[in-house]
Design a protein around this ligand. Sequence first.
Ligand SMILES: Cc1cc2nc3c(=O)[nH]c(=O)nc-3n(C[C@H](O)[C@H](O)[C@H](O)COP(=O)(O)O)c2cc1C
Length: 166
Amino acid sequence: MKEIFNRFSVRRFEDKPIPDELVVSLLKAAMQAPSAGNQQPWEFLVVTKAETRAKIAEICQYSKPLIGAPLGIVVLADTSKLRFPECLQQDLGAASENILLEAVHLGLGGVWMAIMDFKPLMAGVKEYLKLPPHIEPFATIALGYPAEKKTPQLRYSEAKVHYEKY
Ligand SMILES: Cc1cc2nc3c(=O)[nH]c(=O)nc-3n(C[C@H](O)[C@H](O)[C@H](O)COP(=O)(O)O)c2cc1C
């Protein structure tokens, strides 16, 4: 699938908003992800206001690309009705990757920036975004029309593949 091999982390964006219908496409892709027992433990907070993006970037020191991105999606964990709590982060990771791949498909680019399990970042974002007690921030994804180009290198390595037993 070409999107997988064309994807790279985009941290600089054109000053151009993403149309609402593309934002919905990104969210549809996210929610189409597999999850343990189909628990779908996700919610998403869509952030376009510059002030909000800048504040999240201030709280999360590695989330600076949010400042110049027209769109931020905060991937949230709903911890209230988990059938398989052990799989929470795997489920949210699958949803996050789907957003990045759909972004490439739509001619956009993005970068995934971790919040979970950095406790001070989680607490700061939770307070600022007024998340209820059962909702935790997992990651932010900065998205937009790429202002940088890259041909991703192939990472396939036979040395990392094992057959039958290690
Ligand atoms: C769990 C996770 C956390 C990441 N956190 C950050 C981050 O905080 N800031 C950032 O600029 N990039 C972050 N990235 C992007 C990685 O730096 C990037 O995926 C990696 O360097 C490989 O480059 P590529 O995405 O261009 O293939 C993160 C990626 C993942 C999967």
